[in-house]
Write a protein that binds this ligand. Sequence first.
Ligand code: TXA
Ligand code: MG
Length: 329
Amino acid sequence: MLLVAADDVAIHLASRILDQGGLVAIPTETVYGLAAAINHPNAVNRIFTVKGRPKSHPLIVHVPNTIAARRYASFFPPAAEKLAAAFWPGPLTLIVPRSTAVPDCVTGGHPTVGLRVPAHPLTLKLLQELGHGLAAPSANRFTEVSPTRASHVATDLGNELDLILDGGPCSVGVESTVIDLSGNSPVLLRPGGISREALERVLETTVLNPAEAEQVAPSPGQHPLHYSPRATVQIVDRKLIWSEARNLSKSGKKTRVFAFQSPVAQQTAEDNLDVWIMPADLNQLAQELYSRLRQADQDAIDVLVVELPTSSGMGQAIRDRILRAAGKS
Ligand code: TXA
Ligand code: MG
């Protein structure tokens, strides 16, 4: 494995490796991706092996722009045009009917494909140089926490990759929003970097939850247990969080609290309870969350006692990830 700073030379090297059927970890604004060229089925299959992910779970195809995206769709609906114009490059994945240019191994045999133009300038350059799409799931093992720094990828998967492009810490920090546009109504399959409100503003219509939709693309990647650290994650109401943490601590469990700022939080931190005061700015919280989950494992924490944010804006994605980390979605 080679870890390199993502400059022009490194991008050229990455492009060569991908063209020859290698695996490269790429930076995106959401999380790091584990990329293979979609025209190399062996490389795409290796993604599933390295991640330990079932082959039926579809991969997102990353493209440099909307023109390239249209080539991978048999039909690129008006809603897709609107969302692409508003949010690409950016943390949004559009599920549309796939064209014959997308191999079966990428979509797990599904009739649809997930398309996204990522907003990281270096990865965009790489995609432009390549001239074909990159299949890339998050570069973590199945059900574990996604990587938001090149060092996370190196720790988890370093020995199994040909190259890791280091593009710095991810600016969004949680995965893209996944919206299904293959049926009659748009359906939110995964909350992420673009909020539901923002999607609805552009589409001028309601975006449904999977349970409300008549017809929806199955999204087997959405497991209840996902984004999970080794530590047990316990979600506790703000009022009870401190007593719960103290009880756990007294019972001998190595406990850490993730809570928002409050006089109690301040006092408790001073009392030597292990506390991370979460940033009130939810974009900043999203940016730091996965690093903090990983840090808890490095520090051999047994239990994380976590307060949920409100569900406005980025709060939807953060709540979703914390609930999944707790196995409670
Ligand atoms: O931000 C992201 O989306 C990152 C970066 C690397 O782009 N990628 C990512 O990929 O999170 P992955 O494979 O970890 O998650 C993709 C999600 C899964 O829940 C999968 O089921 C869903 O997107 N998905 C992909 N293609 C789909 C399709 N054709 N139909 C339904 N769901 C799909
Ligand atoms: Mg993932």
